[in-house]
Ligand binder design. Structure first.
Ligand SMILES: NC(=O)c1ccc[n+]([C@@H]2O[C@H](COP(=O)([O-])OP(=O)(O)OC[C@H]3O[C@@H](n4cnc5c(N)ncnc54)[C@H](OP(=O)(O)O)[C@@H]3O)[C@@H](O)[C@H]2O)c1
Length: 239
């Protein structure tokens, strides 16, 4: 199949590079307003709110139109192929290899095309049911976006205690090992620290330090302590 990639933001250039490297005839990534060539597939890599207009522009220019959104239903397209990865746009052509691909199709032929595309890129396709789409996307946001929010909070809190400008570099090995342990061992075994050890006195002293150094983080700290205690106790949720 030949593919037109529409949208030249973060995802479009990565997908276009990967498709070309995989030997797929690829047009684009096209910017807004650029002429859309005829192709078998048009793959929309545009913000979710732009999918309807971009699909309308691609109508008649491709046999199948797909989007790369996690949360958006298939109302305006034939298939969805959501890469379960975070991209800034600079990643190389191998960036999709081994990455999960949530696929869905308006019909079997469209789903098959999405699966073929994902497999061509070395991705790991799985079918995402319409009713699970938004929960799936929320899970991806927790796994990626919220981790960044947490690391930004840790960096802010640690900044006063570490050599100037080095908090991120000093915290990064801890973050990487934690994620690797979770991926390999699962959450319960990966959890270390005072809550896992049942050391409430240290948690209380941490809380007082947060209240003093970064009171704006106290809500976050309390919610995370509650959920981490539940995890340590083998429960699904905080009381
Ligand atoms: N970034 C990620 O990590 C990631 C991961 C998985 C899936 N996704 C999905 O990938 C899609 C694109 O996300 P993104 O992060 O790449 O967004 P982005 O960085 O904001 O880039 C979107 C690009 O689409 C262009 N665009 C908007 N409307 C267009 C149109 N009608 N025709 C052609 N180009 C148009 C925008 O151009 P203008 O600047 O001119 O508006 C912009 O360059 C979204 O559905 C997102 O959910 C993103």
């Amino acid at each position: 199949m030949d593919v037109t990639v529409i949208g030249a933001g973060r995802v479009g250039p990565v997908l276009a590079r990967a498709l070309r490297t995989a030997g797929v005839t690829t047009h684009g990534p096209l910017r807004r307003g650029e002429r859309i060539p005829l192709a078998e597939v048009a793959l929309l890599c545009v913000p979710d709110r732009e999918i309807r207009d971009a699909a309308a522009a691609a109508a008649g220019r491709a046999r199948l139109i797909g989007h790369t959104s996690g949360a958006t239903p298939l109302d305006d397209v034939d298939f969805g192929l959501h890469p379960l990865q975070t991209f800034t746009g600079d990643e190389d052509a191998e960036a999709l290899r081994g990455v999960g691909a949530a696929i869905a199709g308006r019909d079997t032929a469209a789903e098959d095309a999405a699966r073929r595309l994902a497999e061509t890129l070395g991705m790991r396709p799985f079918v995402l049911a319409a009713e699970h789409r938004v929960a799936y996307h929320a899970a991806a946001s927790i796994a990626s976006n919220f981790v960044v929010t947490l690391e930004a909070a840790a960096e802010r809190l640690a900044a006063g205690a570490m050599p100037a400008g080095q908090a991120r570099a000093l915290l990064a090995p801890l973050v990487r090992s934690t994620v690797e342990n979770w991926a390999t061992l699962g959450a319960a075994s990966a959890l270390t620290g005072p809550i896992a050890r049942g050391d409430d006195a240290t948690v209380d002293r941490q809380r007082a330090a947060v209240a003093e150094a970064a009171p704006e983080l106290l809500d976050l700290f309390d919610v995370l302590v509650a959920h981490t205690r539940a995890l340590a106790a083998g429960r699904d949720a905080a009381p």
